[in-house]
Design a protein around this ligand. Structure first.
Ligand SMILES: *[C@@H]1O[C@H](CO)[C@@H](O)[C@H](O)[C@H]1NC(C)=O
Ligand SMILES: *[C@@H]1O[C@H](CO)[C@@H](O)[C@H](O)[C@H]1NC(C)=O
Length: 242
């Protein structure tokens, strides 16, 4: 990644983090793809609207949906994923909101991705199903540093690696768990992949982002690496519904 892109990413991250702190339901982050634009009255726009509408019905019951609308050159591909513990109504609320919001944030981009705590929505004019998306990726970190970073980092890595191992073996490609810390609080973690990935690619994706722990979250009390195909989160408090 170029240094200017990295600098702007850091800026955006700080901004996103502040936003998130201020309003829980706002998107955490988004990217507008620079692969192509559409103009006013472009048929692609209609296909995109149809797609996001379709996903807002298709995804909620199982927590994952995928589909395409239109035909080349006006074909739109998309997927929506809700966090594994999110209820069907909350999933639907999130995907609907994501569709509305991304349309405002990336009004003429043929591709885009947006993340909330409860869901992600991604679309593109090129087919991307089953491919690990390492390009759309961002970090969030807590800002509070633990007193014993070395052992904490080790515990974090162990927990997330364990959860990566569990997630890829489940149909939902999702796992949560906790571990004891030396001292009082527990450490809670989550790993999840989009379900267009094969289970072995899910594992690769998770191993890849866990490898980013030192650059993301060194000694941080909580953190996340969030990509277009997989993400993890850890905190010293429980953050998913049982
Ligand atoms: C798409 O539009 C944005 C501004 O709306 C512009 O900056 C960008 O260069 C355009 N990209 C393409 C591929 O046309
Ligand atoms: C990106 O994708 C490959 C698989 O093609 C994976 O093995 C790699 O670790 C991924 N993750 C990162 C963060 O680079």
């Amino acid at each position: 990644m170029s240094s200017s892109r990295f600098a702007s990413l850091l800026f955006l991250l700080t901004f996103a983090f502040l936003l998130q702190a201020a309003f829980g339901v706002n998107p955490i982050f988004h990217f507008c793809s620079n692969t192509g634009n559409f103009s006013a009255y472009d048929p692609y726009e209609g296909k995109l609207n149809k797609l996001t509408c379709y996903l807002s019905f298709q995804a909620p019951p199982s927590g994952f949906g995928l589909g395409s609308t239109g035909q080349t050159p006006n074909q739109a591909y998309g997927l929506a994923l809700c966090r594994g513990d999110v209820s069907t109504p909350d999933c639907q609320t999130c995907v609907v909101e994501a569709g509305n919001e991304i349309g405002k944030l990336c009004p003429s981009n043929k591709g885009a991705i947006i993340w909330y705590d409860n869901c992600l929505l991604k679309y593109s004019d090129t087919e991307f199903f089953g491919q690990i998306d390492n390009k759309s990726m961002f970090y969030l970190w807590n800002g509070r540093v633990v007193s014993d970073p070395q052992s904490f980092n080790q515990k974090t890595k162990e927990l997330l690696s364990q959860l990566a191992h569990e997630a890829y073996a489940t149909p939902k490609l999702y796992a949560t768990g906790e571990t004891e810390l030396y001292g009082s609080p527990k450490l809670y973690g989550l790993t999840q992949c989009t379900r267009d990935l094969s289970s072995s690619d899910c594992k690769k994706c998770l191993d890849g982002i866990i490898g980013k722990l030192p650059s993301c979250c060194d000694g941080q009390e909580g953190g996340r690496v969030v990509g277009g195909s997989c993400n993890f989160r850890y905190e010293i408090y429980p953050f998913v519904k049982a």
